[in-house]
Design a protein around this ligand. Sequence first.
Ligand code: FAD
Length: 460
Amino acid sequence: MTEPQIVWLRRDLRLADQHAFACAAQHGPVIPVYVLDDETPGARRMGGASRWYLHQALESLERDLARHHSQLVLLRGDCVEQLCRLARETGATTIHALRHYEPWWRDAEERLASKVDLCLHDGNYLLPPGTVTTGAGTPYKIFTPFKNALFASVDDFDILPEPALASPDIWPASDALQDWGLLPTNPDWAGGMRDFWQAGSSAALDRFDDFIEVIGDYREDREKPSLDGSSKMSPHLHFGEVSARQLWHKIARHRSDGARFFKAELVWRDYAQNLLLPFPGYGEEPYRAGYDDAFWRDPESDPAAQVDLVAWQQGRTGYPIVDAGMRQLWRTGWMHNRVRMIAASFLVKHLLIDWRHGEHWFWDTLVDADYASNGTNWQWVSGTGVDSNMFVRIMAPLSQSEKFDAGEYIREYVPELAGLPDGEIHDPSDMFRPDDYPDRIIGHREGRERALEAYRAMKG
Ligand code: FAD
């Protein structure tokens, strides 16, 4: 019998199109391991909603592995220490893993490679981050040329099937998933998420097959929060239950505008990761100078800013579209993309609160919370990122709500407003505003003027 091979899993919880599994399976019996790591230096602790989702995703992977008469070994602690110990105990010669680009994972990969034979593989993104570059070999900073370059070099992908997995003679000891405390208990706030999500590779692919039926309308429908017009693949992609290449491959021959726009959205995910290579702190630090503490209202030192931040988090700003989005987030762990933009813009511009407070809240409450995608999008909305300065483009939540026909969406997530007629739902007048629905915490014009004034002062 050849020596066992360890497959170290992180956000790549699938068997098909998983190059670490495929390679390990060719070299010997496979020991799949997931390390719950709250200890690696500099690592961001996963937020509450992500931990809930992770529990479901690991359960599903355990079932998939059982079909191959295999198991998932669960360990807890510093990943480098745990993996080195496991390699010693099992006599495994090589640890296989997919590459990840969060700065703490790159450090951990480097530490691990100095101690064991670590074999890193690509495959969580359409193309390996760092490989789509300008003619001069430098990274693209702006999305559209990045997307055009990627589209020019990709037609379709070959997808790896699930490999046959041989088991080791003896399975190493494993934690029990239930003992990790990933699920909320007191209170159990996950009811809405249980209704909304089914984790796992097969559930993701089934959901995507349903989405393909309507992909022709994606270009228009994805903008309308009242419709079920987008794929809802984001947690499945984030945790790697499916690969972006698998999704691309399934629609490679679709010629509709919808399919083309969908592929472009997948490219956004690659683009965000590509920004982490030259700018590892991009997920949490503003790229542009000037947006420092003096620019923002600080909830920690300014009680009025703290009240505003809490109203935003709880969906009680008095702006129906913002409140519907924030309550959807709390209930389901997900928010429609258009509404994420509106709610983020509202926090940063109308309330003049540093985007990092919003980024942290999203990190804790999104099931798809992703260091690169979250940071990139917050910086994009805030105008603090690599794109041209967008701070002066201030979204008007009321007209956005009307333009994207958010009436039914508001009725679903803000039940106090459910009885309002169409003409009132986006911006209820005093006569229609129910007593239990809050007044606006700031007027649109007032918020806009304050933001522009702060910007002018910063620019001197
Ligand atoms: P679809 O429209 O079906 O798109 C398909 C896939 O493309 C998505 O699942 C996602 O993986 C990718 N994608 C689409 N839009 C983007 C985008 N703008 N940036 C990066 N990838 C994209 N997405 C995350 O995955 N994690 C986050 O933490 C996250 N934070 C965000 C924060 C803000 C302030 C904003 C404005 C957007 C954020 N997004 C994030 C991007 C986007 O909102 C979600 O990916 C999308 O809503 C997921 O729904 P879907 O799967 O139905 O998307």
